[in-house]
Design a protein around this ligand. Structure first.
Ligand code: ADE
Length: 271
């Protein structure tokens, strides 16, 4: 990733938000620019929007204005990859962020109002991305979420081992973290963390990951190799079970629940 360009009506909002912490550090090693769509606005008032031609609510960005902006950006860099932030887009995920981090130049269109004229999406936009099943008043915040997640996947921005350990990176939610004091109100840190036994800590952290994922995001477990229990070597639990009998019992129970859950799901789908 060499460059990110955001096209929006509020470029300052994007610039300001990118001037903190790790994201600011990224700006030192690559170009991040935020451009005002009014640069391509029409007439004295630099008009960028218009009413919908068919009955329907609100205003839309004009196709010609947005197309001209993209054409100009592409004149400078024909490889630019054009993204439109939209609740109708592909959901943003860790995998998607990683994929986008391989692009040389991302151009992110942050629309407002009711969005973009469909013809400009069809002719100029490579991909629409959504950051969740809710509608924001504009694409700027969504662009910032996308930029943050993509930059974290870009070499040099974060320590890659830190990224590897994070939630979703390995298909599971993250284990809980603790710091000082060791006793806080009525709670102590878990016993295993004080054991000094690296393997025990790893095993328990993995279990914590499995349980929190199972409780909060059972959908993620569907794709986790845990379910492919007949492929013994690939099952991450096989190794764990070998050196911990107590763990083995809990994991067997856990696997059973996952298996039953899967069957219930399949049953419901076929129904
Ligand atoms: N613009 C408005 N809502 C959005 C969302 N949920 N994701 C991406 N862009 C948006």
């Amino acid at each position: 990733m060499d460059k990110i360009t955001v096209l929006s009506l509020f470029p300052q909002m994007v610039t300001d938000a990118l001037s903190y912490g790790i994201i600011k550090r990224a700006a030192d090693i690559m170009t991040i620019e935020s451009r005002d769509l009014r640069e391509w606005g029409l007439g004295d008032y630099k008009k960028v929007d218009d009413t919908s031609v068919a009955p329907g609510p609100g205003m839309l960005f004009r196709a010609d204005v947005v197309a001209n902006a993209i054409i100009d950006v592409k004149k400078e860099d024909s490889d630019a990859y054009i993204i439109h932030m939209s609740p109708r887009g592909t959901p943003l995920s860790s995998k998607k962020a990683k994929e986008l981090s391989q692009k040389k130049h991302l151009v992110i269109l942050a629309s407002r109002y009711e969005g973009l004229d469909q013809r400009v999406i069809d002719n100029y936009v490579d991909e629409e991305i959504s950051i969740g099943d809710y509608v924001l008043s504009g694409g700027e915040l969504a662009s910032l979420v996308l930029i943050d997640s993509v930059l974290r996947m870009t070499g040099n921005v974060l320590r890659m081992d830190a990224v590897e350990e994070e939630s979703f990176q390995q298909g599971l939610l993250e284990y809980p973290h603790y710091t000082k004091p060791l006793k806080f109100e009525n709670k102590e840190i878990p016993e295993y963390l004080r054991s000094g036994n690296h393997q025990l800590i790893q095993d328990n952290r993995f279990l914590e990951q499995l349980f929190v994922t199972w409780l909060r995001r059972p959908d993620l477990l569907r794709d986790y190799p845990l379910c492919k229990i007949n492929v013994q070597n690939k099952n991450p639990l096989t190794k764990l079970k070998k050196h911990n009998i107590l763990l083995k019992k809990r994991l067997n129970a856990f696997e059973r629940v996952i298996r039953e859950n899967r069957d219930v799901r399949r049953f419901k789908k076929d129904d």
